[in-house]
Design a binder for this molecule. Sequence first.
Ligand code: HEC
Length: 110
Amino acid sequence: MKTHTNGTMKRMALWSLAGLALVGALGAAPVRIELPLEAPVLKPGPGRDIALSHCLTCHSAEYFTTQPLLPRAYWQGAVEKMQSKFGATVPAEQVAPLVDYLFGSYGKKP
Ligand code: HEC
């Protein structure tokens, strides 16, 4: 037997499903995305503030926290490279304390 009712019922069912989906979407809690803070990643020590303010503007701290233990000259070179090639703005008088910090924290065995 062919009726119109059948089609109407299907349509109604579809609409109520759409309604449920809408309620679900509206009722969902707002999505909160929290980015991990970089600051706690860096080891404490003198010079840390310099690194925080000048070395994390372009890349994450992992660029230096994951380096193998490297000599002071490497860190000196890295800071100079960041300045000359990429434009890191470390004031001249802060370069030495920064290199001390980087080498002391990431260039030597803890
Ligand atoms: C203006 C952007 C910028 C700033 C500021 C910056 N870097 Fe970088 N750094 C880069 C880029 C781009 C690379 C990737 C370079 C590459 O692949 O050769 C990099 C790579 C590195 C590396 C990986 C080794 C290497 O030579 O590629 C180290 C270590 C590093 N940065 C340390 C630092 C330190 C320490 C500071 C703070 C003085 C700093 N960066 C600030 C842009 C920056």
